[in-house]
Design a protein around this ligand. Structure first.
Ligand code: FRU
Length: 508
């Protein structure tokens, strides 16, 4: 009961939170609560799970431990939104049980009622997730993870676990988790991508209850510094050539090139059985060049008339996620992004862009042409900042975002690289490598920069999303200005304060 009261109290606090510095600074619990990013009301959150769209609502589930701000017995937390930006928290959807914790997974709208859990008139929603048995893990056996299902007959609001779980038992593999399922209409079957240590297994099923192995991918492809997790396989049309590619996202932790966690992707073909990558086995492509976008996957059941592939990532890194200085809650999601394919340098690459719904948060923009740009300009700590640049050769272009306490994050563009620095960003001593510079090689020069700045994060979209970098930081006071070392390269800057969407009423 006591816990319920605290939950309700913090829920109200979180929902009424405005992106206003004054309000936030006075509460130590809320100090780092983002203005417009999704966070759990209290407690611990990691991966986004089970995302689907149904009856005008985007459902989001997430790895959740409400009793602590560090990882623990995993539940599926739940929230819904009409517009991907204002979220309404809902009761926990799935609790741990005798088979174990509820690890990551997906949910599908079973339109044809293949599972028999609903009817054609009222299709069931089926969640497919990993049960993780901690006793077995502690006992050192390799059978601690298996795949189970739960179904909902009220559009995803309440859930029943299937009586005959698991639906896919463990064949004796330590890492065997994170099922992501979609309907493969040409062959009228469900496909499950499953992370199995150092590769992905693809299974198929006609009814979501019985699964057979189709193929394996990845033993010799991509990055293998750590364990493969949270796969997602989906088709994407290249808007320029109208060619359909299949994209496979694979998160990896630990051992990503910049330390800890990161998400790689493969572009290729899928024939209902086998995924074939187009790039060379040794070549790794990364979804995000920053250190704080992990375990991200895409929404299912988006109507064809919309056609977008919408992505949400967990905006943290296992390297330090459990020690960051937020209080009462931990972690947020990225802004929702759409994924696209574009040809660059003769090969298809993944482009990420903010969803258009973000525009509903925009307040009055100030656009400043080059001759009027001052070296220091005031901003809100929740802002969209669009900068057009024409960098002079052999001259670094440097800008920072900071506060009066000399805390800042900085971006340095050389002719071939970008260095992102957070070593003076405020609290950094909670983890040894947090202050390291993130150095990126640039294949081509950057001409447009769009920054989504929130109290503790920046999501940078370069050249309209050809390159994306997501980074977190913890200043002791909100950042409130942007400063250019030399304004010469800046052709235009538009600064748009973003208001918190969390007060908007949710329409059912
Ligand atoms: C990824 C992950 C998943 C797992 C979940 C447990 O961050 O490790 O592989 O299902 O988190 O919370």
């Amino acid at each position: 009961m006591y816990r319920v009261k605290i939950f309700v109290l913090l829920l109200c606090v979180s929902l009424s939170f405005q992106c206003s510095e004054k309000k936030a600074e006075h509460s130590s619990v809320e100090k780092y609560r983002p203005g417009y990013h999704f966070t759990p009301p209290i407690g611990w959150m990691n991966d986004p799970n089970g995302m689907f769209f149904y009856k005008k609502e985007y459902h989001l589930f997430y790895q959740y431990y409400p009793d602590s701000t560090v990882w623990g017995p995993m539940h599926w937390g739940h929230a819904v939104s009409n517009d991907l930006v204002s979220w309404k928290h809902l009761p926990i959807a799935l609790y741990p049980d005798s088979l174990g914790y509820i690890f990551s997974g997906s949910a599908v709208v079973d339109i044809e009622n293949t599972s028999g859990f609903g009817s054609a008139e009222n299709p069931p929603i089926v969640a497919i997730f990993t049960h993780h048995n901690m006793e077995r893990e502690r006992a050192g056996d390799f059978f601690s993870q298996c795949q189970s299902i739960a179904y909902s007959n009220d559009g995803g609001y309440t859930w029943n676990k299937y009586a005959h779980n698991p639906v896919l038992d463990n064949p004796g593999l330590k890492d065997f988790r994170d099922p992501k399922v979609f309907w493969f209409s040409p062959q009228k079957k469900w496909i499950m991508s499953l992370a199995v240590g150092d590769h992905i297994n693809f299974y198929s099923s006609k009814n979501l209850k019985e699964w057979g192995l189709e193929s394996e991918f990845g033993h010799t492809f991509g990055w293998h510094g750590g364990v493969w997790e949270c796969p997602d396989l989906f088709p994407l049309v290249d808007m320029d050539t109208q060619k359909t590619y299949w994209v496979l996202l694979v998160s990896i932790n630990p051992g990503a090139p910049k330390g800890g966690s990161a998400t790689q992707y493969f572009v290729g073909n899928f024939d209902g059985k086998t995924f074939t990558a187009l790039s060379a086995p040794s070549k790794t492509k990364w979804l995000d060049a920053g250190r704080d976008n992990y375990a991200g996957v895409t929404w299912g059941n988006i109507p064809e008339s919309d056609g977008r592939k919408i992505f949400f990532g967990w905006m943290s890194n296992w390297k330090y996620s459990q020690v960051v200085p937020t209080e009462g809650w931990r972690s947020s999601m990225t802004i929702p992004r759409t994924l696209h394919i574009k040809q660059r340098g003769g090969e298809p690459i993944l482009i990420s862009q903010p969803v258009q719904e973000i525009e509903t948060m925009r307040e009055k923009a100030i656009s400043v042409p080059s001759q009027e740009i001052e070296s220091r300009m005031n901003i809100s700590s929740c802002s969209q900042i669009d900068i057009t640049i024409l960098k002079e050769k052999n001259k670094d272009f440097i800008f920072s975002i900071g506060n009066n306490k000399e805390e800042k994050i900085s971006f340095t563009f050389t002719d071939t690289s970008l260095y992102f620095d957070r070593k003076q960003s405020g609290i950094i001593d909670f983890q040894a490598d947090f202050a390291d510079t993130n150095a990126l090689h640039l294949d081509r020069s950057v001409s447009t920069i769009t920054l989504f700045l929130d109290k503790t994060s920046v999501e940078a979209f370069f050249n309209d999303g050809e390159l994306v970098m997501t980074e977190t930081f913890f200043p002791t006071e909100p950042f409130h200005f942007i400063e250019f070392l030399d304004t010469h390269s800046v052709k235009n800057i538009t600064i748009t304060p973003l208001r918190s969407p969390f007060e908007a009423k949710h329409k059912k």
